[in-house]
Design a protein. Sequence first.
Length: 72
Amino acid sequence: MQHGEGAFVAHTGTDVYGPGKVLGVDGESRRVRFVYFVATISARDLRPASASEEVWVRAWLRERAQRYGGQW
């Protein structure tokens, strides 16, 4: 399954990262801004975020942009 830039995702094996948004694609690797970390993860270790996870990430990103400005 492919997860392109801007896709909302979650890790298939752990929720320690929280859900996130794909920042970049490099072959089979995805650079993801998770709510707790930014990490490079294999696409096979990601799944589409659920609706509630996507809402969580959108709210988190919005709050960070309001607090710190810029693109999150």
